[in-house]
Design a protein around this ligand. Sequence first.
Ligand code: GTB
Length: 218
Amino acid sequence: MTITLSVFAQSPDRGRGLARDMGVRWALEEAGLPYEVRLVSFAAMKEPAHLARQPFGQIPSYEENGLVLFESGAIVLHVAERAPALLPDEPHARAQAIAWIFAALSTLEPPVVEFTMAALFEKDQPWYEARQPMLETRLRARLGQLDARLGDDDWLGGSFSAGDLMTITVLRRLGSTGLLADYPRLAAYVARGEARPAFQRAFAAQLAVFTRSQAASG
Ligand code: GTB
């Protein structure tokens, strides 16, 4: 059984582990499942061979024994279903961990992405200055709610799960904004996730891809 992930040949995040293969790599490391990577360029992502794996021409995609999957959340869930370290067996705890995967992607991620993408790519737009405070207010509302739910616990469901993995993966995108400094419990939560050996291995693996790509092109 070989698992193959398609990932950026040269990640635009320069190896900071912000592209969406990071959560999948982390899940595979937590599950103890080895994997290989296929490096794809931006051009190759739009070619039929990759579109057959990922219909929107993006990374990541996942292949295993004839199964081809896309969407990082679906891939993490697929991996987690085989890993008690990521999804508890107890039915209620399991359903709640799955709810946190969905919450990370459908409730938390949209305001995170809107805010960070605008700050990165839309600063020159005439509406930027007027719109960004509104995006920040929306984002802070979600961060405040998440902070209240986490409270002083280590993890969202008592013990670490794929729900935490996905939530922390989304929160990491706020790293360069400094916003998490206003939510010390969330900042500590992210740090706890990043301190996990599986996270460290996943981070090192994606950084090595970027470092090699720089060496090859430099
Ligand atoms: N919903 C999909 C999933 O979760 O799998 C979204 C996949 C996705 O957005 N993939 C992006 C992609 O392939 C890379 S991760 N983009 C190329 C394209 O659409 O042509 C998003 C990303 C990119 C860069 C940074 N960064 O530089 O910090 C962070 C996140």
